[in-house]
Design a protein around this ligand. Structure first.
Ligand code: SF4
Length: 227
C-alpha cells in the first residue's frame, strides 16, 4: 500500500500521517475518520487543496455514491457534491426517488487537485494520478467498512476504474450490476460533471434523462436489498 520513496533517506509519509492512516484502519465512527483525514498528508494534494473534503451523509446509508474528487466549490466549502455537479446529482436523486437521508456521498480522492488557469484566477480541475488515488484508498475503504452500504454507485470513470478495474467502461457498462466484494450491489454511471460539459441543451437533456434512469435502477436495487 505504500509508495516508493523518492530516495532512501526520505520517509514515505510522516509519522503524523501514519497515525492518521492507522486511525483509518481502526476507527469505528465517521467522526473519528473525518478528524483523522483532516490531518492526512499521505500524498502531495494536501499542499494545494484548501482542506480535506471527507464523505458526508447517513452513517448507515443504504446507498453510497463515490465520485472522483472534490471540485472548486467543494474545496472551499469543505463538503462533497455542493457545486454545480452536486446540484445535478441531488436533483436526479430526487427524481429517482432517492432521499438525501439514505445516502452517503464521497470521493476516491479527498483533496481538490487543480492547476491555475492561464489567465484569471480560475482553478482548473486536474485528474488525480494513480498514486494519489492509491494513497487515498484507505479512507474510502474505512468509509465502506463503517457505513456498509447495500448499494455502491461509482460516479464516472475515475471512481469506476479505481474500484472496479482499469478495464471498466462507464459508457458500455453503466447501470449494470457488477460483482464486487465492496458492497452487496455495485454499479456505475457517469459523473454528473460530464452533464455540465454537454455541447448543447438537447444532449444535456438526454444525458440527464439517462442519469435519472440509472439512479432509478439504483433505487430499485436498494429497495430489493431492503425487502
Ligand atoms: S488526497 Fe487523500 S491521501 Fe492525499 S493528502 Fe488528501 S486525504 Fe491524504
Amino acid at each position: 500500500m505504500r509508495r516508493k520513496p523518492a530516495n532512501k533517506s526520505e520517509p514515505l509519509v510522516s509519522s503524523k500521517d501514519l497515525s492518521a492512516r492507522n486511525i483509518a484502519l481502526a476507527a469505528n465512527t465517521l467522526a473519528d475518520l473525518r478528524r483523522a483525514a483532516a490531518e492526512c498528508k499521505a500524498c502531495d494534494l494536501w499542499k494545494t487543496g484548501t482542506q480535506t473534503v471527507f464523505g458526508e451523509g447517513a452513517s448507515k446509508a443504504r446507498i453510497m455514491f463515490v465520485g472522483e474528487q472534490p471540485g472548486d466549490h467543494e474545496d472551499r466549502a469543505g463538503h462533497p457534491f455542493v457545486g454545480p455537479a452536486g446540484k445535478i446529482l441531488h436533483k436526479a436523486m430526487a427524481e429517482a426517488g432517492i432521499d438525501d437521508t439514505e445516502v452517503y456521498l464521497t470521493n476516491v480522492v479527498k483533496h481538490f487537485k487543480w492547476s491555475p488557469a492561464d489567465r484569471g484566477k480560475r482553478r482548473i480541475h486536474k485528474k488525480p494520478r494513480y498514486s494519489e488515488i492509491h494513497a487515498c484508498r484507505p479512507w474510502l475503504d474505512a468509509e465502506l467498512r463503517v457505513v456498509r452500504p447495500q448499494v455502491l454507485v461509482c460516479l464516472g470513470a475515475t471512481a469506476a476504474q479505481s474500484l472496479l478495474g482499469s478495464d471498466f467502461s462507464v459508457s458500455r457498462q453503466r447501470g449494470q450490476l457488477i460483482e464486487s466484494s465492496l458492497a452487496p450491489l455495485v454499479t456505475a454511471t457517469l459523473h454528473p460533471s460530464s452533464i455540465l460539459r454537454a455541447p448543447d441543451d438537447e444532449s444535456r437533456h438526454l444525458q440527464i434523462r439517462a442519469f435519472v434512469d440509472d439512479l432509478k435502477k439504483v433505487a430499485r436495487f436498494a429497495r430489493k436489498r431492503a425487502a
